[in-house]
Structure formats: structure tokens, C-alpha cells
Design a protein around this ligand. Sequence first.
Ligand SMILES: Cc1ncc(COP(=O)(O)O)c(C=O)c1O
Length: 322
Amino acid sequence: MKDSDANLLERRVDLLGSAYRLFYAEPLHIVRGEGIWLFDADGRKYLDMYNNVPHVGHCHPRVVAAITEQLSTLNTHTRYLHERVLQYAKRLTAKFPVELDTAMFACTGSEANELAMRIARSSTGGTGFIVAQHAYHGNSKATYEISTEDIAEPEIPDYIVTVPFPDTFRGQYAGEGAAQECADCLQVAIETLQGRGVRLAAFMIDTIMSSSGVINLPAGYLSAAAKIVRDAGGIFIADEVQPGFGRMGETFWGFEADDVVPDIVTLGKPMGNGYPLSGVIAQRRLLDKFSATEGYFNTFGGSPVAMAAGLAVLDVIESEAL
Ligand SMILES: Cc1ncc(COP(=O)(O)O)c(C=O)c1O
């Protein structure tokens, strides 16, 4: 590592502490991005093969212009009336099956998942969650507890049960019946929760299983899993923070690879091309109790600038036929 980078690293640990993680044994010092390229402090050019945030390209001029224009006009929270939040909610929900008709906005995927967990609890009356092994769903307390990639096994609270992730390459179930066999594990999980006196609230899964190795779910898994969960009174939450907005290639959302409509979908990372923007798209019927008893606002989520970023990302996806 160059002396200047070693110095940067040392000052970083000094000021930010050692909890922060970095990519690569020899961390990169990136100072500029443009389209698919990243540039380090020496001007060396890297093809960004990892990129999971600046979805339509680093510093896309259309997104930059939209953010800049709105930022110089108004940027405040969603407790004033404003057209932008409605324009975006309409454009976004139009990308979903009709049942998923209500949009709520936040800033991070963690917040979106935590909000989805609250809605699941209030709409079902249950508290239990089923999640896949090796999952990552966020860094807040509730989402850390369901992030089985991070939380140590003995720390997992009683209201959470894990199921094997349906990896038909290296997993336990690989044959033709793998989708149903994996889904059947949810029945066992529901019984485990019942044995602990915990009622099911939801099954949450990242539909590309990014932290489990980026694996396509076997066809039929999500629909079979959703049926088992709904029969037990729970709901199905698709975490689309990684796969959403066309990152799967053939479908706009990960869940669309199967014949299933989730009860809630959570969004994040690519949504604002780097501007902090995340969302919960829910079936309206689930929100009745939540709206009456808990209510919602988010200081930065859904601000006019965030909405300008989101709208510009959709414009680029559509106009460049990405
Ligand atoms: C599948 C998935 N869900 C949720 C999150 C949390 O998003 P954020 O880091 O924006 O809180 C991540 C972040 O990596 C993720 O990969």
C-alpha cells in the first residue's frame, strides 16, 4: 500500500473507530466516478463490476441535474404537501402488480426493512419472523437480529427461525423437487415458532440472496413459500434492496422470476443512484391498523430532492432502455 493510502487508513481508524469495514486487503482510494468507471487518486481507471448503488452509472448527468435543480428550489420533509412525492409514488407503484399499491419512503434499506417488520407485526398480530440462513437485511437493531450473516447463532432471539437458503448448486436440496423441499422447511420453521409460543408475522427473503452468494431462487420456491406462510397467518416480504430496479436483467423485480405477489416489497440501494432513498411498497389492506395506531413520517425519506433523484433514475432506465 502507498504511504499516502496507509496514512489515510490510519487516520480513518483513528477517527471512525475499527468497526467500519473496507473492501479489499489493499483498500482503494477512489476520488471520482463516471458511468461504469471509477478513478483512484492517481488517476488509475477501474471498471466498476461491483456497483450496486449508482445503478444508472456514476454521476449520471440527468440524475445530477434533477437533484441540483430541486436542491436549489426546495428540500424539506414529507409533512408538507408536495407534488413530487406523488409523482414518484405513482411512477413507482405502476412498476408493481396492482395489489402493491401503496408507497412509503425512507433513506436506507435497513429503515425500509424495519418499517416492513413493524407493518407485518401490526397487520398479523404475530411477532415471529422466518429468514434465510446467511441473510443480510440491515444494520438497525431489528434488522441486525434477522441478518443471519452477521448475528452469532446464540444471539438470535427466540422470535426468529432460519430456513436453509434454496441454493440448488451447493445446498442441501438440489434435485427437481428442490423448490418445494426448501419451501417445506418453512412449515417446520412455523412449527418451531409455535413450539416457542410465538405467532408468525412474516417470512422475509432477499430475492437474489446477495449475501448468500447471489443465487437465483429455484422456480416455484417463492410461490410455495408464500402459500405456506399465508396459510399460517403470516405475510411474505420480498427484500428487493439488492435485486430491484432491473438488476436481475430479465425482470424488473426479483420476485417476478416466480408467479407470486409479495405482501410487502422493500427497496433501497439503486433507487436514488447514490442519493439516500429507500421504500416500502405494501398492499393497502395491511396498513389499516398501522396507520390508525402507529402512523409514519421520515424526516429525510421522500423529500423533494430524494423524489427528484428517484424520478430521474426511472427516466434514465426507461429512456436508455436499460
Ligand atoms: C438485501 C439487503 N437488504 C437490506 C440492506 C440494508 O440496506 P442499507 O445498507 O441501505 O441499510 C442491504 C445492504 O447491503 C441488503 O443487501
